[in-house]
Ligand binder design. Structure first.
Ligand code: UD1
Ligand code: CA
Length: 468
């Protein structure tokens, strides 16, 4: 940790359209590892102790502000005329806190707080500006860092404005800067947009400061992967993979058994406790939480779902906004839809679908069922093929099954309906009226028996063949 008397303020640039994504969604709201791109730089500057944090928004400003409400101050840049212009529109906010200012591009999802701290530390050795840079084999569309014969930073030139020789420079500008506010604002006031993109480039400030004889420093990133700026879907996918790999590494170090990291995906908002086991081809999305001793997978997708201690989610299950309590078993091939809860040691087996349904402790629905808008009491047994008819074509209705009730196979429970505690429903019943506790309900046609009928028919058939 760096120790500074006054915290450094930060400005995150997030007004750009993301033209290269060709998408109506503002670029910084596109997700990698289940979190919007802006989440990365915002978390990183906060973790490095920056305060206050201001975000410049423009394209899709309302959506960006809504997604990050309460987590930063917002300044509107409308229309966005370049990264230098973005800093200028925040002038009033910046001027409240003289001293050092961190400026971070909003499309750097892999940025870590350690790197921000390292840039600040170098900067505080007496620079007017300090840039994070990276040495890349393929510097592509990034701005190039130009140095003089003594290796001192001289300028940053955008790829689109660079000469062929300048484009061969492998050191790129990452889009993370520390500035002294006063000389920065002075240089920005004199910025011009006479370049290939007709924009006010923040990067032009570097040459201006150097011309004034002010020291500009550069810190090459230890791991160039961290400086990935996302402009295309290919880069978004690279960021996703890198963030997931980083998170899986942390989890494994913390004691989570991840059998096959290459086929496993985990969102930045998910929590997995030590002692859990994640089997191959498993996707832990949103605010999923896996408790210790739980086993999930293979081929499972969980969205905003909690899996309790020692619970198991077996092969090929999809669970969304669901709570699975300790020791319960789900699957294989189960679909648990939002607002479902499976109680302790309960069981949801093959080809069972739940929707807004609660199973009490130890309750079972082991095979082939649809349970929607239902409450199943503790210890109840729901036989194979049971269906709650929760929808009458206009409205949804609830089914309540009491504690230790037994629903025979292939029953349909026409909601709204209640089956009392300890009651039995005979197999193949259609239940349209409430069943009192401890009663037996039969809701099927009585069986008809015709002794000898089959043999008589065979005999008749055989006789007609002989005579035909
Ligand atoms: C920028 C840098 C480039 C660097 C690269 C690193 C400039 C001129 N160039 O290029 O040197 O190598 O990042 O990834 O700064 N934004 C605004 N307002 C605007 C324009 C952009 O807020 O008017 C925001 C964008 O939302 C984005 C960030 O600034 O988060 C960077 O903009 P982008 O257009 O992606 O810049 P690059 O071309 O990648
Ligand atoms: Ca960019």
């Amino acid at each position: 940790m760096t120790t500074r008397a006054t915290p450094v303020q930060a400005l995150i640039l997030a007004a750009g359209k993301g033209t290269r994504l060709k998408s109506p969604l503002p670029k910084v709201l596109h997700e990698a590892a289940g979190a919007p791109l802006l989440e990365g730089p915002l978390r990183a500057v906060r973790a490095a102790g920056a305060e206050p944090v201001t975000v410049v928004v423009g394209h899709g400003a309302d959506a960006v502000e809504a997604a990050f409400a309460g987590r930063a101050r917002f300044v509107l840049q409308d229309p966005p005329l370049g990264t230098g212009h973005a800093v200028l529109v925040a002038r009033a906010a910046i001027a409240e806190h003289p001293g050092t200012l961190l400026v971070v591009n909003g499309d750097l999802p892999l940025l870590r707080k350690e790197t921000i701290e390292a840039v600040l530390e170098r900067h505080l050795s007496g620079a007017a500006a300090t840039l994070l840079t990276a040495q890349l084999a393929d510097p592509g569309a990034y701005g190039r860092v130009l140095r003089d014969d003594h290796g001192r930073v001289r300028a940053v030139v955008e790829a689109k404005d660079a000469s062929a020789e300048e484009r061969r420079v492998g050191e790129i500008n990452a889009g993370l800067y520390a500035f002294e506010t006063e000389p920065l604002l002075e240089a920005l006031d004199r910025l011009e947009a006479g370049n290939a993109q007709g924009e006010y480039y923040l990067t032009d400030v570097v040459a201006r400061l150097v011309e004034r004889g002010l020291p500009v420093l550069a810190l090459p990133a230890e791991d160039p992967e961290e400086t990935l700026g996302v402009n295309t879907f290919e880069e978004l996918a690279t960021a996703h993979r890198a963030l997931v790999a980083r998170r899986l590494r942390e989890l494994m170090l913390a004691g989570v058994a991840i059998e096959d990291p290459a086929s496993t995906s985990v969102s930045l908002h998910a929590r997995v406790e030590p002692g859990a086991r994640i089997r191959p081809f498993t996707f832990l999305e949103g605010r999923t939480h896996i408790e210790r001793g739980a086993v999930v997978g293979p081929f499972v997708r969980l969205e905003n779902t909690t899996v309790g201690e020692e619970a198991q989610v077996l092969d090929h299950c999809l669970l969304r906004d669901t709570i699975v309590e300790a020791g319960a078993t789900i699957g294989p091939f189960a679909h648990l839809r939002p607002e479902s809860r499976v109680g302790r040691r309960a069981k949801v087996g093959n080809f069972v679908e739940l929707k807004k349904t609660e199973l009490g402790e130890g309750a079972k629905a082991p095979h082939l069922s649809y349970l929607g808008d239902a409450t199943v009491g503790p210890g109840a047994n729901v036989g194979a093929g049971t269906i709650t008819c929760n929808y009458d074509g206009a409205a949804k209705h609830r089914t309540t099954i009491g504690a230790r009730a037994f629903i025979g196979s292939d029953s349909t429970l026409v909601a709204p309906v209640r089956v009392g505690d300890g009651a039995y429903v005979a197999a193949g019943s259609t239940i349209t009226e409430d069943v009192p506790a401890d009663a037996l309900a039969l809701g099927r046609a009585r069986q008809v028996l015709k002794p000898g009928w089959a043999k008589a028919r065979r005999d008749r058939d055989d006789a007609s063949k002989r005579h035909g």
